[in-house]
Write a protein that binds this ligand. Structure first.
Ligand SMILES: Nc1ncnc2c1ncn2[C@@H]1O[C@H](COP(=O)(O)OP(=O)(O)OP(=O)(O)O)[C@@H](O)[C@H]1O
Ligand SMILES: [Mg+2]
Length: 111
């Protein structure tokens, strides 16, 4: 977690559907560690659409896979991914695969 994310007022994301904070991903490979995502922060409010744009290899797919909980088990993911206030990181492999809050539904499925 970066100092910037810690300093952010809680109210800044109060209406957000999806909140990503200080998202960091390391992928171990035979050739060493790949630091694929470094401190990504964003929040999406209802009705908002976000396009992630960047050069090839900049981490767009790994960011998305981390949010969806679809990275390889060897990946080291830190930070926070909240869907309607509920933390998804660290709880996607079991009981948090699916939940419904009355307005929206989260479902994490391996394609
Ligand atoms: N399974 C993996 N194991 C190790 N490193 C990976 C793996 N997948 C991607 N990477 C590395 O992670 C970094 C980010 O890759 P990512 O696929 O997220 O890029 P991208 O922005 O989606 O690129 P593109 O526009 O080409 O789709 C790159 O350095 C890539 O080589
Ligand atoms: Mg990609």
């Amino acid at each position: 977690m970066t100092a910037d994310a810690l300093a952010r007022p809680v109210t800044a994301f109060a209406r957000a559907v999806l909140e990503v904070a200080a998202l960091d991903v390391h992928l171990p490979t035979e050739d060493g560690d790949v630091h694929a995502v470094r401190g990504v922060d964003f929040a999406l409010e209802p009705g908002e659409v976000l396009a992630i744009v960047g050069e090839s290899g900049s981490g767009k797919s790994i960011t998305s896979l981390a949010i969806l909980g679809l990275l390889p088990k060897t990946a080291r993911v830190s930070g926070s991914v909240r869907f309607r206030g509920r933390e998804l990181l660290g709880c996607q492999k079991g009981r948090c695969n699916t939940f419904v809050d009355g307005r929206s539904r989260w479902s994490s499925r391996t394609p």
